[in-house]
Design a protein around this ligand. Structure first.
Ligand code: KIV
Ligand code: NA
Length: 275
């Protein structure tokens, strides 16, 4: 029995300044299985609230949702480093709250780390978790869980005052011991500056090609939705493919073209070997 061991925080840290880390989101076992050979990191993002559950934002995502999808992704993957997002409301109150919920995610899913949308205030939570054995990925810039304060999804750090806020978020997460930091939706040169300054690898999404890795929401890059943010490159056209397949199935059912003989069972012939 061969057992492929998973990448560790050491492997992730070693990628700083080297070949870019490949990261994608997954929420279920088959998708995790398909991407596992290609990915360094798999993120069970709270984007699952929008991508899988049809919520208007990630604010409604629960611990139970993250754990259920985290378990599925762990079953489907073998070698990638798996990070599970801490959902809105599960870590902001206190270090204790953050630890109890992060520990629950680690224990119930078997994932390697958690991610926190880390406003500068969250540095205390990050340090608290890391000191107690839970690797934490930070997430700065556009923080989708803060959509109701921002008034929408909007790129950050394109003006002077915002640059300092984002830079401070990244510095705080780095100093607190985050093993990596996601930089989302920020001006290119700000992502460059953060990447050059922090000691841990940065993973960009709508950030810059100089980041130490890149992440996209898998269903966005596969073209499952009509709309995707500016920073998504479409590597597939899943929506068209699925629509065509389902349309063909519907037509075949209605015309009795499906099922054919090969897709049905005939009467079993008497078998001499069976009594
Ligand atoms: O929830 C998510 O998918 C994320 C990534 C886009 C970074 O946080
Ligand atoms: Na997220």
């Amino acid at each position: 029995q061969t057992r492929i061991s998973r990448k560790t925080v050491k492997d992730i840290a070693a990628a700083k300044g080297g070949e870019p880390l490949v990261c994608l989101t997954a929420y279920d076992a088959p998708m995790a299985e398909i991407m596992d050979p290609h990915a360094d990191l798999i993120l069970v993002g709270d984007s699952l609230g929008m991508v899988v559950h049809g919520l208007p934002s990630t604010v409604g995502v629960t611990m139970e949702m993250m754990i259920l999808h985290g378990q599925a992704v762990m079953r489907g993957s073998q070698q990638a480093f798996v990070v599970v997002d801490m959902p809105f409301g599960s870590y902001e109150t206190s270090e204790d709250q953050a630890f109890l919920n992060a520990a629950r995610i680690m224990k119930e899913t078997g994932c390697q780390a958690v991610k926190i949308e880390s406003g500068a205030y969250a540095a205390t939570q990050i340090a608290h978790l890391v000191e107690r054995g839970i690797p934490v990925m930070g997430h700065v810039g556009l923080r989708p869980q803060a959509i109701n304060v921002d008034g929408g999804f909007r790129a950050k750090g394109r003006t002077g005052s915002e640059r300092d806020i984002v830079l401070n978020e990244a510095r705080a997460a780095d100093r607190a011991g985050a093993f990596a930091i996601v930089i989302e939706g920020v001006a290119r040169d700000l992502a460059d500056e953060i990447t050059a300054e922090v000691s841990c690898p940065t993973i960009g999404i709508g950030a810059s090609a100089s980041c130490d890795g890149q992440v996209l929401v898998t269903q966005d890059m596969l073209g499952l939705f009509d709309w995707a943010p500016k920073f998504v490159r479409r590597y597939g056209d899943l929506r068209t493919d699925i629509d065509a397949a389902i349309g063909k199935f519907a037509a075949d059912v209605r015309s009795r073209e499906f099922p054919g003989q090969a897709e049905t069972y005939s009467l079993r012939k008497p078998d001499a070997k069976q009594p």
